[in-house]
Design a protein around this ligand. Structure first.
Ligand code: IYR
Length: 225
């Protein structure tokens, strides 16, 4: 097997342990204030801000470094309207039949329903697509690996970047989402992964108390030392 080329690693400045803990805690502080928002202001958000956040997501690790994602950022009001109409039609079939009673009961504390006005109010919708085939460079047509994991990590990093910038986000997953592929003009080989809604939070935005219940560190982790 041919040996790969390497370059020296950079970007790890060697902080003191005290400084590392401070930095980790400051990330925790920032992320602890993130809420899923369903009430957005219509105030415009500069394209450059969205571009920087998508570029941050694009640094995510991925299977064989194939970066199997594509982000379609939509501020065009006609497209947002199309997406709202299609999403609300899907949600109607979900809430009025498809969803099990157990699922509806789980959603009750969130107060969600078929109406998705934020899909038009929010200044940006970011449709995230997962690519079945691709490669390390655009235009390649090789098999991709760990696609869901890779796109999930990139989406998490996108949410982190948007939230760090001060923007609200909503991970919206109308199911099925295939209409997004047609509206966004993406190829059949791509699967819609999530529709991320982003913008400033509305003046009187509220969050359900249910969302504040977070499992403790000891609930979510086990240390074997
Ligand atoms: N997609 C629907 C239902 C929904 C499902 C889950 I799981 C949520 O955490 C929230 C909503 C909707 O957006 O209303």
């Amino acid at each position: 097997m041919k040996k790969p080329d390497y370059i020296p690693l950079t970007g790890y400045p060697g902080y003191s342990e005290d400084e590392m803990l401070l930095r980790a805690c400051s990330v925790l502080d920032v992320l602890s204030t993130r809420r899923t928002i369903r009430d957005f202001s219509d105030k415009a958000v500069p394209r450059a801000l969205i571009e920087a956040c998508i570029a941050a997501a694009g640094t995510a690790p991925s299977g064989a470094n194939h970066q199997p994602w594509h982000f379609v950022a939509i501020s065009n009001p006609a497209l947002k309207r199309k997406i709202r109409i299609a999403a609300e039609a899907e949600e109607a079939t979900f809430y009025e039949g498809k969803a099990s009673q157990e699922w509806l009961d789980a959603l009750e504390p969130l107060g969600t329903d078929t109406q998705k006005p934020f899909l038009e109010t929010a200044p940006w919708l970011i449709a995230v697509f997962a690519q079945k085939r691709g490669g390390v460079r655009t235009g390649m047509d090789k098999k991709n690996y760990y696609i869901t994991e890779s796109v999930g990590i990139a989406t998490g990093m996108l949410i982190t970047a948007l939230h760090s910038a001060g923007l609200g986000t909503l991970t919206h997953t109308p199911a099925p989402m295939n209409f997004l592929r047609d509206i966004c003009g993406r190829p059949k080989s791509e699967k819609p992964f999530v529709l991320l809604v982003t913008g400033y939070s509305g003046k009187d935005a509220v969050v359900p108390k249910h969302a504040l219940i977070k499992k403790s560190l000891s609930d979510i982790s086990t240390f074997e030392v």
